[in-house]
Design a protein around this ligand. Structure first.
Ligand code: ADP
Length: 887
C-alpha cells in the first residue's frame, strides 16, 4: 500500500474539491489513510446495500399500490357488471309484476314469459309467483318446465359431481326438509318476503343454501295492486353463476374474484379455494354486491398471496452479494493488513541490513554469472577508493586489480565463478585508486534468487593488512619469547595439574630431563607441596574448581633447592600455579642449575672451618709465650725436684719417704704440664663442627682455664659467674669456647695495652638466662672489662675482617666470633660502659638459643643486623657456618 498517493477523485469532483480532498488526504497519518482506504469500500458497499433495499422498498410499495389499484378496478368492473345485470333483471321483474297486477299477465302466460326470462338468464335458477298468502301461483325453474314443484336439479356448477338422476332423487327429500324447516323457523326467504311486503320495494334476501346445496339469494319484487300487497315475484339467483357469467374473463384472469358473506366466508369464487383455513390475502378490495345490499361482498384479490421481502429472490441475491462483498472486503482488509505488516517487517529488515551493510567494515561485492559487478557496498568503495559508479557494470579485469597480477587474479576469478573457491577464503593483493596496495582476504558465496536459481556470486573482502601486521608482530614476539625461553639456562616446564601432561618444556628442560613429565615430577617432589592434586580416573569434573585459586597459586612459590640425583645437580626450583591458555590449571616450574653455587658454598664452608681452626692456632700462637711461660713453671719445678733428688740420692741423704714425696710432686707437675698441653691440643684440634647438647658451665670453665694462662701473664684478674640451673645449650662447645677466649683475650690485651692500674685490671664473665621478645628464651654470655673502651670509629668497623688497631693484630677475631654466634642463631653486640661522661670500659655480649627452643628457632630465622655484612647462611640448619664472603 502506498498511503502517500492521493485518493482518486471521481469525475464529478471539481478541481477545487479535488485539491481540498487531496490536501486533507495528505494531512492524514499513514495509519489513518490505510483505515480510510479500507473503510471506504466497506461504507460504499453498505450504502449500495441501503440504496438497493430502499429501491426495493419503493418498488414494492409501488407495485403494491399498482396491484391494489388494479384489484380495485377489476373488482369495480365485476361489481359493475353484476349490478347492471341485477338492475336489468330487477327492472324486467318490476315490469312483469306490474303486468301481473294489471291482469295483463295470467298464470299460463306468466309461465311462458318466465320461461323465456329464465332461459336468457342462466344466473336465475327459478322464478316464482307467490301470493300474499305465500302460496306459489306459478313457478318457472331453470331446470324443469314443470310448474310445481320444480324438480330439484343440481345447480349447473362446475363443482357438482352429482348426476341428474341422483339430484332428482335428492331434490324431493330436500324439498320436504325445507318445508319442514320453513314451518319451524323463518328462513332467509321468509325474511325477504316479509320485508318486501312491508317496505313495498324489491328486496334481496341474504344468501342461503337451496335444497340442491347451491348458495343462492332471492329477489322479492312485491306485487302491489293499487297500494295493497298481493304477493311477490321471487327470483332465485345462483351466486356462483352470477360470478362466472358476469365477471369478465380478463378480470378473472388477472385477479381472483370471490363473493363472501359478512363473516368472511367464501360463497363463490373464480378460483378453487385452497384446502385448509382461508388466509386473508395480502391485497384485496371489497365492494358490496350492489344493489343487493344483502350483506354479500364482492372481493377481488391478487393471485400473489405475498409480495413480502422474504420471497424476493432478487433482493436476497443482492443482500447475499453485498454480504459476500463485505466479507471479501474484510478478508482483503485483513490480507492487506497482513501484507502491510509483512511489508513493514520487510522494510525494517531491509533498513537493518542496509545499516549493517553500511556500518560494517567488510567490503561486499556482487557479480553476475559472467563476472559483471552488480553491487558494491560503501565499505568496498572506501577500501578500494573507487566510487560505486566506477565499479558497477564492470567486467574483468577490474580496476582494483594490481597491473602486475591481472593474470593471477583472472585465474582466481575463474575459480570463483566455477564455485571452486576455498571455504577459508583467498588472500589477494588489491590496488586502491591511488595505486597503493593492500592485502585482503576474500570469501565467496553464491547469490540465490527467490526461486532458488543462482544469479551470481557475493564476495566479501576484508583488509587484512593490519591483521597480517599484528600476526607478524605476534609471531615475532612469540619467536622472541620462545628464543628467550629456549635460551634460558633454567629449565622451564608447565604441567597440567589434572592430567599430568607436560604442556611446555624449554630447551634446558629437554636437555636435562627429556621430553616427558618425569623431570617435572622430580623437581616438584622436592619443591614442597608439589602436585597437590591427584586426578581421579574418569573424573571429568575439575576437582580443583572448588579450591581458592589465590591460595593455590601462592603455594610453593618459595624457592627450594632440590638435588636431582640422576643428574648429580642442584636446582633452585620456583613453582607457581597458573591458568594455561586453554583454561586448565597448570603448574609451572623454573629450575635453575645452582650446582656451581652449591659447590662454592660447600667450599666456602670448608674454608670457614679451616679459618676457624687457623684462628684457634693463631690464638694459640699469640698465646705462645704465655703458654711457654705457663709450661715453664712445672718444667722448672720438675727440673728442680729432679736435681734436688739426684744430689740428695748422690749424698745418700734422702729417705725413701722423702723420695716418694718428691717423685709425687714431680709427677703432679708433669701432669699439670700435660693438662695444659692436652687443653691446647683439644682447642686447636681440627674437628668436624658438630652441635650437641652442652652446658654453659663446662664451656665457661674450659675457656677461663685457657684464658687464665694469658691473663696471668698480663696480670689481669678474672671473675666469672654462671647462673644456676641453666637450660642446656645446643651448640658446638669448642666454637663457643673460641668466642669466649677471643673476647677475654681482647679484654686483657686492651687493659694491658692501656697500662691501667691494678684496680682496673680485671674482667668479669657472666652467663645468665634471658628472655627477649625478638629471640625468646636465650642464654647470654657477657664479657665486661674496665679497659679504655671502644672508640667511635672502631665500633663501626668492629666485625670487619682484618680490622685491627693492634700492630701485631690479625683483625679476624671478632669477625669470626660474629659468624660463629650467628651460625648458632645468636646475636653479638658491643657497647661502651660509662662512668659519668668518661668511658669506664666495654662490654661484649652474645646470646645463644637454648635447646628446647632450638627446633622452633630453626623455622623463624631472626633478621641479620642492619649494619652487618652479608653472610651466606646455608639453608640447611645443620650445615656448618659459612665463611665471610666479603674480601
Ligand atoms: P685483633 O684482636 O687481632 O686486633 P679483633 O677482631 O679481635 O682483632 O679485634 C678488633 C679490634 O677491636 C681490636 O684491634 C681492638 O681495637 C678492638 N677491641 C676488641 N676488643 C676490645 C676491648 N675489649 N676493648 C677495647 N678495644 C677492643
Amino acid at each position: 500500500m502506498t498511503p502517500s498517493k492521493p485518493l482518486p477523485a471521481g469525475p464529478g469532483v471539481t478541481p477545487l474539491g479535488r485539491r481540498l480532498l487531496g490536501r486533507w488526504w495528505r494531512r492524514q497519518s499513514p495509519a489513518r489513510q490505510d483505515r480510510f482506504a479500507t473503510l471506504a469500500p466497506l461504507v460504499s458497499v453498505m450504502l449500495f446495500l441501503a440504496a438497493i433495499i430502499s429501491a426495493f422498498w419503493y418498488l414494492r410499495n409501488e407495485e403494491i399500490d399498482r396491484e391494489a389499484e388494479a384489484v380495485k378496478r377489476d373488482t369495480e368492473i365485476a361489481q359493475q357488471q353484476i349490478r347492471l345485470r341485477l338492475i336489468e333483471n330487477q327492472e324486467q321483474l318490476v315490469r312483469m309484476a306490474r303486468e301481473i297486477v294489471t291482469r295483463e299477465l295470467e298464470a299460463p302466460n306468466f309461465l311462458a314469459q318466465a320461461a323465456r326470462f329464465t332461459a336468457d338468464r342462466p344466473e336465475i335458477l327459478q322464478l316464482s309467483w307467490i301470493g300474499a298468502d305465500r302460496k306459489v301461483r306459478a313457478r318457472q325453474s331453470a331446470f324443469s318446465e314443470r310448474e310445481l314443484p320444480p324438480p330439484p336439479k343440481p345447480a349447473p356448477t362446475r363443482f357438482s359431481s352429482r348426476s341428474a338422476q341422483q339430484a332428482a332423487a335428492a331434490s324431493a327429500a330436500e324439498a320436504a326438509a325445507l318445508a319442514a324447516a320453513a314451518a319451524s323457523r323463518p328462513s332467509e326467504a321468509d325474511w325477504a318476503f316479509i320485508a318486501a311486503r312491508d317496505v313495498r320495494q324489491p328486496i334481496y334476501s341474504r344468501p342461503f343454501k337451496d335444497p340442491a346445496g347451491t348458495m343462492v339469494f332471492e329477489l322479492h319484487v312485491p306485487l302491489l295492486d293499487r297500494g295493497s300487497f298481493s304477493g311477490a315475484l321471487v327470483v332465485e339467483y345462483s351466486i356462483d353463476v352470477l360470478l362466472r357469467h358476469f365477471v369478465p374473463a380478463e378480470v378473472t384472469n388477472r385477479h381472483a374474484i370471490a363473493v363472501i358473506d359478512e363473516r368472511e366466508r367464501v360463497i363463490a369464487s373464480s378460483v378453487t379455494p385452497m384446502p385448509g383455513p382461508a388466509r386473508a390475502p395480502a391485497l384485496f378490495n371489497d365492494v358490496p354486491l350492489a344493489p343487493a345490499a344483502n350483506g354479500l361482498i364482492l372481493r377481488g384479490s391478487g393471485y400473489r398471496t405475498s409480495v413480502g421481502l422474504i420471497g424476493n429472490t432478487l433482493f436476497w441475491m443482492v443482500v447475499a452479494l453485498s454480504v459476500l462483498t463485505v466479507w471479501m472486503l474484510l478478508g482483503t482488509w485483513r490480507h492487506m493488513r497482513r501484507r502491510s505488516q509483512i511489508q513493514g517487517a520487510l522494510v525494517a529488515e531491509t533498513n537493518f541490513r542496509r545499516a549493517m551493510e553500511n556500518s560494517m567494515l567488510t567490503g561486499m561485492r556482487a557479480m553476475d554469472l559472467e563476472g559483471r559487478v552488480s553491487y558494491v557496498n560503501p565499505a568496498f568503495c572506501a577500501m578500494t577508493g573507487f566510487t560505486e559508479n566506477e565499479l558497477i557494470g564492470r567486467l574483468p579485469p577490474y580496476p582494483y586489480w594490481p597491473h602486475d597480477r591481472i593474470e593471477e587474479n583472472s585465474r582466481l576469478l575463474q575459480q570463483e565463478l566455477q564455485g571452486r573457491s576455498p571455504a577459508g577464503g583467498i588472500e589477494v593483493k588489491v590496488m586502491r585508486k591511488n595505486g597503493t596496495l593492500f592485502d585482503a582476504r576474500m570469501y565467496v558465496s553464491p547469490l540465490v534468487d527467490a526461486r532458488g536459481h543462482q544469479t551470481g556470486w557475493m564476495t566479501s573482502m576484508t583488509n587484512i593488512t593490519e591483521a597480517k601486521r599484528i600476526r607478524d608482530q605476534l609471531s615475532a614476539s612469540h619467536e622472541r619469547f620462545t628464543t628467550v625461553l629456549e635460551g634460558l639456562d633454567a629449565a622451564v616446564s608447565v604441567l597440567s595439574v589434572q592430567q599430568g601432561e607436560l604442556l611446555f618444556a624449554n630447551r634446558s628442560y629437554r636437555l636435562w630431563f627429556g621430553a616427558d613429565a618425569r623431570g617435572h615430577g622430580l623437581l616438584a617432589s622436592g619443591a614442597g607441596p608439589a602436585v597437590p592434586f591427584i586426578a581421579e580416573p574418569d573424573d571429568a569434573v575439575d576437582g580443583l574448581s572448588g579450591l581458592p585459586t589465590q591460595e593455590l597459586t601462592s603455594i610453593g612459590t618459595n624457592p627450594r633447592e632440590v638435588y636431582a640425583h640422576p643428574l648429580d645437580k642442584w636446582f633452585d626450583v620456583r613453582s607457581r600455579y597458573l591458568q594455561w591458555t586453554d583454561g586448565r590449571l597448570a603448574q609451572m616450574l623454573i629450575a635453575t642449575d645452582i650446582t656451581a653455587r652449591r659447590r662454592a658454598e660447600e667450599q666456602a664452608s670448608a674454608q670457614a672451618e679451616k679459618a676457624q681452626v687457623s684462628s684457634r692456632l693463631i690464638t694459640m700462637g699469640e698465646m705462645a709465650s704465655s703458654v711457654a711461660h705457663e709450661l715453664n713453671q712445672p718444667l722448672t719445678a720438675i727440673t728442680n725436684y729432679c736435681s734436688g733428688m739426684i744430689s740428695r740420692v748422690k749424698a745418700e741423704t734422702i729417705q725413701q719417704g722423702d723420695l716418694v714425696a718428691a717423685l709425687e710432686k714431680t709427677a703432679r707437675q708433669a701432669e699439670r704440664a700435660g693438662q695444659i698441653i692436652h687443653r691446647i691440643r683439644a682447642f686447636v684440634k681440627k674437628s668436624e663442627p658438630q652441635r650437641q647438647p652442652a652446658h654453659a658451665k663446662d664451656i665457661v670453665e674450659d675457656a677461663v682455664e685457657l684464658a687464665s694462662i694469658e691473663l696471668r701473664r698480663r696480670n689481669v684478674a678474672i671473675h666469672h659467674y654462671v647462673a644456676q640451673r641453666l637450660p642446656v645449650l645446643k651448640c658446638d662447645p669448642i666454637l663457643v669456647e673460641q668466642v669466649l677466649l677471643n673476647l677475654l683475650k681482647n679484654a686483657a690485651e686492651a687493659i694491658d695495652s692501656a697500662k691501667l692500674p691494678a684496680a682496673r685490671r680485671h674482667i668479669e664473665l657472666r652467663v645468665i638466662p634471658r628472655h627477649t621478645p625478638e629471640e625468646g628464651g636465650v642464654i647470654e654470655f657477657s664479657v665486661t672489662d674496665m679497659g679504655p673502651g671502644l672508640p667511635e670509629e672502631v665500633i663501626n668497623r668492629l666485625y670487619e675482617a682484618f680490622f685491627s688497631t693492634k700492630a701485631e693484630g690479625m683483625g679476624i677475631g671478632l669477625s669470626l666470633c660474629r659468624s660463629i654466634v650467628e651460625s648458632h642463631r645468636g646475636r653479638i653486640k658491643a657497647q661502651n660502659l660509662y662512668n659519668g661522661s668518661s668511658v669506664a670500659g666495654c662490654r661484649f655480649a652474645f646470646t645463644l638459643p637454648v635447646e628446647t627452643s632450638a627446633r622452633h628457632e630453626e623455622t623463624t630465622l631472626p633478621p641479620p643486623p642492619l649494619n652487618s655484612r652479608r653472610t651466606t647462611v646455608a639453608p640447611d640448619a645443620d650445615a656448618p657456618p659459612a665463611a665471610n664472603t666479603t674480601p
